[in-house]
Design a protein. Sequence first.
Length: 405
Amino acid sequence: MRLIPNGRAEKVLRDAGIRLSQKMPTNAAQRIALFESVYHRPPQIAVRAPGRINLIGEHVDYEEGLVMPAAIDRYIFANAAVIDEPEIRLWSATCTRTPLRLPLADLAPLHGTDSWANYVAGVVAKYRDAGVPVRGFDVAFDATLPLGAGLSSSAALEAATALIVEAATGFTKTPRERALLCQAAEHEYAGVPCGIMDQLAVASGVKGHALMIDCRSLEVTPSPLPEGIAVVVVDSRVKHALADGEYAKRKADCEAAVQSLGVQRLRDASLENVHAARDRLGDRVFRRARHVVSEIGRVRRFAEALQGGDVETVGKLMAKSHTSLRDNYEVSCTELDALVAIANSLGVIGARMMGGGFGGSTVNLVREEEAASVAEAICARYRETYGAEVEAFVVHAVDGAALES
Ligand code: ADP
Ligand code: MG
């Protein structure tokens, strides 16, 4: 891959008073200026792809369980233009100072600091495998979504790319088809054996709604978030190195449980099945299966409680989800446990770790009028106790990835 030296984009950002971080969002005009500074001509296509939270249903998507995420108002934005050359030129305000070039003839996975391009290359390759006559394009990404914080920036990057490919070719997919192509890209080009939750949530978000997703049928049922309840995300800003390897180990443990229980996926097992097989499964695999099966049950009860305005049950189920992820699935860490404990001590409706674990974010349900003060208090309390900074922000449920009009 060849790098083109280019310092102009930084200058555009600097002149606009924008630091190269997610903190200060650009507006649409500034993003067009960024594209122009990198590629020296105007863009033709503008898309936005949101990140996602997950209220409950963690580490169950790959066992075809139920999950309850929502797309959120933190985005990856992309401006793009079709080119005649058979290559993709890609630039990200977050990750690169110069555009990378990917020849369409050779979209093999990359390693090292340019590996973020794999998410883009993978999506283009999967669309081509699906028979779409992909074309070359220039693209500039910008983001208000933190990377690697458990808010699915990877799925947002994939969805943004997918929409560009669709706009460039006129071959439009349904949100479900798009999510499946993006998931395949993440598997094969980023090497992450993820479930379908992130891609479906990012593709199918509905403003003001959480999404009940059945990860077997891929049915998405939007469920209105009750008035008066707000969501606060707390980014621990840590990501422990073992996260990726442990993810694969959890999947292997689930597979062992599936074999031993004689079911297709843990979605098909009951808690009684798991308990009856306890000796055969062994302690570790038993606890992994207990987490997945009990968590799926919690999602069902959570959805009912949320709709019925039963905030006490909502809070208890989030607490149980966290405890099970910590003790049965063993994917939490001291930082996440501390953030959940602080949130609970401040009287939130519910709090739990979110995403793959070993760092990333917590999700907190709070009374709307308290949202800003709770967010601030969590940061202050964490700083006082642990001497480290975390970032807390209120998020809102939004529509899924789309072209910007
Ligand atoms: P998460 O999806 O929880 O944010 P992942 O580790 O799955 O965390 O994905 C993060 C990766 O996605 C980054 O390391 C980077 O490769 C890619 N990525 C995310 N956002 C951007 C961006 N704005 N620009 C370029 N690459 C990005
Ligand atoms: Mg991801």
